[in-house]
Design a protein around this ligand. Sequence first.
Ligand code: BG6
Length: 480
Amino acid sequence: MTTSVFPKDFLWGGATAANQFEGAWNVDGKGPSCSDMLSGGTHTTPRRITRTNEQGVHYPSHEAIDFYHRYKEDIKLFAEMGFKTFRLSINWSRIFPTGMEQEPNEAGLQFYDDVFDELKKYNIEPLVTISHYELPFGLTQEYNGWAGREVIEHFTRYAETLFTRYQNKVKYWLTFNEINCGTAEFGAYLALGILHKDTKDFLHQVDEPAVRFQALHHQFVASARAVQIGHKINPDFKIGCMIAYMTTYPYTCNPEDILLAQEYNNIRNNYCGDIQVRGEYPYYAKRFLKEHNIELDIRDGDLEDIKAGTVDYYTFSYYMSNCVSTDPKLENTSGNINGGVKNPYLQASDWGWQIDPKGLRYSLNEIYGRYGIPMMVVENGLGAFDTVEADGSINDSYRIDYLKEHIEQMGEAIKDGVELWGYTPWGCIDLVSASTGEMEKRYGFIYVDKDNQGKGTLDRKKKASFFWYKDVIESNGENL
Ligand code: BG6
């Protein structure tokens, strides 16, 4: 008899995104996406955003790990680990090359049919992100990305095409990956497709908060309309939101720090979720927008759509936690989307992301307490350097430790009463890092032979964590 705290139909799996693993960036009619214009970078050298594809520049998304041509081999490996679900995104510009066509590209649609059929062979449930950092670059050129209201129509046509085509193959959908990235400067280009004429690289974008928050408004309307369209096409669809949860603690019990953390949590973590789950702008939005001189252009019907298109479940990424403080002298560290003040109680990854498994339990409780709807952790993991030993083995015990501790805390949260549907650790197969463009910031259970310069055989190898995770899934989270 099982004693696992995880429900028996818990969706164990892994997560990826098209722009970071498919490659084949200009094959079978695909157009360029925003990611395809991002050069490689490192932890210390920011990725450049180019307006055209420049000769001699390494663009990591162009080949990535070539899932496009190797999906059968990769899915077989996922099946061997026992995946119940696999999170992938659809490359919008594979379906609508510039984003503005009226008719979809059949070859692009066929590719995902083939992928879903392959998953079905192994009873792996697809979990599909409709938009994950791959806005067609045509929409950036034409409308400055989501800053243009027209993009709502282009998105809903795209979403409707997917819902109709895959209505019997996909049940779980997410509209936008980490939609709340748009609340941070850093998210302007990748999450919203906004490109200021003076912006040169990813870390130093010329920021116009009013444009960013308007673009986010367009995404809220687009997401809500897509939810309504999806439910009409198939009432059994489960359509969720996806938030980059940036767990933020006050550095001290000084009330100034407490208030700062509260404001930070409201704007960065709650703003988008409140709108997508509760169907309305939260009370604190008014003051925040006013004080930042942001006047939203909200048209007739927008708020009604937002109300009618609330999501069925809440998903989020969780990698780390941060502190905030009113003391400017404290040491900062980096993190997913946003860094913060260094927490003396935590260790950090090689990229400075602070490792905080208990923060996951805390966050699950915070979110569930706020919304009370089912949840999934759709990204979590440790980006680390891996070494291939002389005998070909990869002993990533540090990754196992990280994941084990986070799974334990998910178990605790389930005991606390949180309704958790699934867990898909990020980059279940090594792929391109979104923030730095590196290949050598690895998250996978499966190693891919490729380096930061784009050299390598692309051969796949099982890491020690592959066998460990297989056992975790087989025992439904009992053997950690
Ligand atoms: C999330 C994104 O922010 O974090 C992924 O949804 C990303 O696209 C992941 O890859 C890990 O971040 P990074 O920068 O290490 O790739």
